[in-house]
Design a protein around this ligand. Structure first.
Ligand SMILES: C[S@@+](CC[C@H](N)C(=O)[O-])C[C@H]1O[C@@H](n2cnc3c(N)ncnc32)[C@H](O)[C@@H]1O
Length: 369
């Protein structure tokens, strides 16, 4: 499957396409074949070795981590997994760099034609949890302008996501929004949103899905990164979907109280921080109208020490530094601390909308105002 051919994606030569396809298949092979060997290795030698030494099975993630990271099979998988992620960004950069200026012109042209809007804030302070390390090891993160008016981070995120997930996010990279929309429509059939805010929208891959589903609604997307938002603006313009994008920190936005009846995010919280997380839940509450809802979907965790160890790989190896913090947080309880009424915030699971490897459901914190 290829990505939906909107005009912000770089053209690819045959060699560039072949290189990216190779990395995509390599990642699929690592995820579907090699990764499953980790469980066998754990059962056959790592766990019995631990039991022999300690007279009990490992009870903590840290114990599994200490033993597994010494195992040569794990080391081989982990090294290849890390390398595949570096190759992924290299392969996208290959097609991006010669076309960077052209794509910047294109975003400007598309932006002029769309009814959607883009407001950037050059004075916005980028939070330290973004500047201190390149999340996903994506060069420059979501916020770095390599040149003026840059869109590179958007290209890297959008094109690499398709390789990263070997296509299972769908041609518009919108599996997560489709998952959340599906959940919302099943659980809240009587709701019809009129003003929607998508926090941490990046390239707008989830934002446009909500507008496609609710064309009558006014849909807004915010992010701290200017280059991803420029790209999002061009992408939405190319797809003929009017969205209002704004460079804002979700911890404290400039929208008035009670601006939205649906406040959303898709895989944002695990890339924030321990202090930002409650602030964003508090801001979600402030922005909701009475009768409105927030739904924040994020990454699943493991259900036992071994599966938690496998799930935390990105946290330890590709700068998803706050994913374990997110997984350890009771989101509903935190939402109540930040303003939601007791009983009006719940931790739920949204069944995966279509095939996704390794997990069938995504955690969602739901809050009603
Ligand atoms: C993993 S991406 C998710 C992008 C998109 N929502 C999706 O469904 O693929 C996380 C995004 O959240 C943004 N983000 C993280 N912290 C933020 C904050 N405090 N305010 C606004 N955006 C934030 C990042 O810049 C990044 O673009």
């Amino acid at each position: 499957m290829s990505l939906y051919p909107h005009e912000m994606l770089p053209e690819r030569t045959q060699d560039q396409r072949a290189r990216q396809d190779f990395v995509k298949s390599f990642r699929a092979h690592l995820a579907m074949k090699i990764r499953s060997g980790l469980g066998a290795v754990y059962k056959a030698r790592v766990k019995p070795g631990f039991e022999k030494e300690h007279g009990r099975e490992p009870q903590e993630l840290q114990e599994v981590r200490r033993e597994m990271t010494r195992d040569p099979y794990y080391q081989l998988w982990s090294a290849m997994q890390r390398k595949s992620q570096e190759m992924m960004y290299d392969s996208v950069t290959d097609s991006l760099e010669p076309q960077r200026e052209h794509l910047i012109e294109r975003y400007k042209d598309l932006g002029e034609k769309t009814e959607g809007t883009l407001e950037l804030d050059p004075d916005l302070e980028i939070p330290k949890y973004h500047t201190a390390a390149d999340i996903h090891i994506m060069p420059g993160g979501y916020h770095t302008d390599v040149v003026d008016d840059d869109v590179s981070a958007g290209v890297l995120y959008d094109a690499a996501m398709d390789i990263y997930a070997f296509g299972f996010m769908g041609p518009k990279n919108d599996l997560l929004a489709r998952t959340l929309i599906n959940y919302y429509q099943k659980e809240y059939p009587d709701h019809t949103p009129t003003r929607i805010l998508d926090m941490g929208c990046a390239v707008g891959n989830s934002t446009t899905a909500w507008k496609e589903e609710y064309p009558e609604a006014e849909v807004h997307g915010i992010d701290v990164g200017a280059p991803v938002l420029r790209y999002a603006h061009g992408r939405a313009g190319s797809m003929g979907i009017p969205i209002h994008y704004k460079q804002q920190n979700a911890e404290e936005t400039d929208y008035p109280d009670e601006s939205f009846d649906l406040v959303l995010s898709h895989i944002m919280f695990h890339e924030t921080s321990q202090s930002a997380l409650p602030r964003i839940l508090g801001e979600s509450y402030r922005l909701l109208r009475p009768g409105g809802m927030m739904m924040h979907l994020d990454v699943p965790g493991g259900s036992d020490p071994f599966s938690s160890f496998v799930m935390e790989w990105e946290c330890q190896n590709t700068n998803e530094n706050f994913a374990n913090m997110y997984r350890a947080t009771d989101m509903a309880a935190t939402a109540v601390k930040m303003g939601f009424e007791e009983g009006k915030a719940r931790n739920e699971g949204a069944p995966a909308k279509s095939f996704s490897p390794h997990f069938k459901s995504w955690p969602v914190v739901v809050g009603e105002k």
